[in-house]
Design a protein around this ligand. Structure first.
Ligand SMILES: [Zn+2]
Length: 351
């Protein structure tokens, strides 16, 4: 017997696949607006997992992850219910912006309220229609605009079930992130719902490694929840994840034009030069050096910087060498064939 699943006032039967549109306040030009929600129910009851993306309207890698996830033929053998929300912040997506039109950050507006701000109302809708009806959740994010993140999971790893799911996702870097006031993760935790936050790539860009690793990660979490059958042949060892001890931001030592020397995923030593800032007016060149040894898990992608801007995010680990090896093998595994050939080939001649 499978329990009822009602969303947007509609009952979704077991062994069915539906698209429900949750109504939002319309745009001021009277255009109606809805949040699309895909619901897939298996024949057997089981966990109810939500997978959401574009809570920050410009973070669209997750939207593509969900598109590819919904095409997986393995979903025919689903146990339980998958609730996929490819675009939560529809307003932000229209404006290619992280925020809502009221300039609020949706991920600081949870759990929200019926009579609050626009952000609070959307947060409330998401909580009542999606989160409270699920047993587990994965929220897909990217770095902010002009910032890229190495694929990583942020979660409350002090909770055993959350830690187990985080490990099954299969990315090498885990961050034991404190709950942020007003975040979806905090609101879900208050409901006793284990939730992972996947951070990968950059806002307003599709990043193939991040997308591929994200699709595989969600599927692996579903396997560990026994929503999908386990693979029969386990030829490869599951990737060993590493929990960062802490992380630090390296900031611009001056304003100017910035060029990176180290890439995302690189292992760096304290004091090592990570990039250079050139002052086109004064002609001076400044070094940006690592303030800690670790792995670069986030970096700025724009060459225009002001003094004090965050340029590199370095995660610190007990055993950096091992983590660096895992990060490299991870990047190689998910890099598209063509990019891999180019990265190994010789530099093309410019004459
Ligand atoms: Zn985000």
């Amino acid at each position: 017997m499978s329990e009822d699943f009602i969303i947007g006032g509609e009952r979704i039967a077991p062994r069915s696949r539906r698209l429900i549109e949750l109504r939002l306040p319309p745009l001021y030009v009277h255009s109606p607006l809805t949040v699309p929600v895909h619901i897939i129910r298996g024949a057997k009851s089981g966990p109810r997992l939500f997978v959401s993306a574009a809570l920050h309207g410009d973070e669209i890698n997750g939207t593509e992850i969900i598109r590819r996830l919904l095409k997986q033929s393995a979903l025919k053998r689903l146990r339980g219910t998958l609730v996929a929300v490819p675009i939560v912040n529809v307003y932000g997506l229209i404006h290619q912006s992280r925020y809502l039109p009221d300039r609020r950050d949706l991920n600081r507006s949870f759990p929200g309220s019926v009579k609050g701000s626009l952000a609070a109302r959307l947060a409330h809708l998401f909580m009542t229609e999606i989160v409270k009806k699920c047993t587990h959740g994965i929220d897909l994010h990217t770095g902010a605009i002009h910032r890229s993140n190495l694929p990583q999971i942020r979660a409350n790893l002090d909770d055993a079930e959350t830690a187990r799911l985080a490990e099954s996702f299969g990315v090498p870097v885990l961050l034991n992130a404190n709950l942020r006031d007003g975040s979806l993760r905090e609101a879900a935790a208050e409901q006793g719902i284990p939730m992972l936050l996947y951070e990968a790539g950059e806002a307003l860009r599709f990043d193939e490694v991040s997308i591929r690793a994200g699709v595989k990660g969600v599927i692996q979490v579903m396997r560990s929840l026994q929503m999908l059958p386990d693979r029969r042949s386990r030829s490869k060892h599951p990737r060993e994840p590493f929990v960062a001890r802490s992380s630090v931001w390296v900031r611009a030592s001056a304003s100017g034009l910035f060029r990176k020397v180290c890439a995302l995923g690189a292992r760096v030593k304290r004091g090592e030069v990570l990039g250079l800032i050139d002052d086109p007016f004064g002609g001076e060149e400044y070094e940006v050096t690592a303030t800690a040894s670790g792995i670069i898990i986030g970096c700025s992608q724009i060459p225009l910087v002001h003094e004090g801007e965050a340029l590199f995010h370095i995660a610190r680990f007990e055993d950096i060498k091992t983590v660096a090896g895992e990060v490299e093998s991870f990047q190689n595994e998910f890099m598209p064939e063509e990019a891999r050939r180019n990265s190994q080939g010789e530099e093309p001649s410019i004459v």
